[in-house]
Design a protein around this ligand. Sequence first.
Ligand SMILES: [Fe+2]
Ligand SMILES: [Fe+2]
Length: 163
Amino acid sequence: MIIKEKMEKALNKQINVELSAFYLYLSMAAYLAFNYRPGAAHWFTMQANEEFKHAMRLNDYLTTRGGKVVLTAIKAPKNQWKTYLAVLEDAYEEELKVSALINDLVDLAKSEHDHATEVMLQWFVTEQVEEEDSAGRNVERLKSMKNTPNEIMIFDRELGTRK
Ligand SMILES: [Fe+2]
Ligand SMILES: [Fe+2]
């Protein structure tokens, strides 16, 4: 085994974190579709796909480094929110949480002198900057609309154009 056990364990944990985010965003998409926000539902489906790709990136890296991927249970995500805004706020919170965990992983890779893992994680550090920005911007934009139905409809339509 090339990768150390401690790092292997931590990366396996992160796979679960990314899959949990995948599950949460899929649940948000379902809630939004059910509550007549098709644009946001599309946006969160795309976001869920991104999280799945993050999990796979870690999965493939672990395998390449001679580690063993051990999948664990993904806990059931929340499926009910009070408001549209509450969904976007939760998504932003989720990204902040993930960023903190990625930073912890970088710290661990550093203390373990695992340079390859540290370099691999740089991609995630950069990705989280983007993730925090887009999730945070969604919150601020919806807040600024102060429940104006027309503006919210335009906003939702815009979220629906995400590629
Ligand atoms: Fe992620
Ligand atoms: Fe994310």
